[in-house]
Design a protein around this ligand. Sequence first.
Ligand code: MN
Length: 205
Amino acid sequence: MRHAATRDEKGALAAYQSKRDFRVTNEPEGRLRETNEHRFVIQKHAASTLHYDFRLECAGVLMSWAVPKGPSTDPSQRRLALRTEDHPIDYLDFEGVIPEGQYGAGAVIVWDTGRYRNMTRDNDGTEVPLERALEQGHAKVWLEGQKLIGGYALTRLGTGTRWLLVKTRDEHANSRRNLTRTAPESVLSGRTVEQVRTSGAKGHA
Ligand code: MN
């Protein structure tokens, strides 16, 4: 059970750590860190297939989804989001090149980051804690990013790893914007994922 696993550092991040050789990759090894913060990050990741990794700080880790087409500001666009292994909170500002031969090899930039509020409510209007909402397969968050603002819904399809990420209908919904195209750069460094890739494994030991 996820709840039990997050109380146990090895259990919470075992999948993440077992996929990576930290003598080779400069990704953070990381550890479980209970915080009272509610941060999110969306990393553009030019791996063998380009995708956007959406991560929410929750229960001491970053709960994560790979979104092949990236997030949309258009509520009619339902974006497939594949649940991936929990990442350590230190991954929030990771930007760089994962070396060839390593899991997820390719360039990563912080495409957007900021804070979120949990908007998930039960039928009585009572807030459902995010960890439980995700266990139950449906959550709503309000993002306060540098690019993305407003409500987003995450809904699991059946019992597997397939979810949908959809913009909710609020004052920040906009069907004419295409931020992944018009604002491709990192909010941390201003670099594009292509610039990070050609700069090589900068900062890598
Ligand atoms: Mn990825």
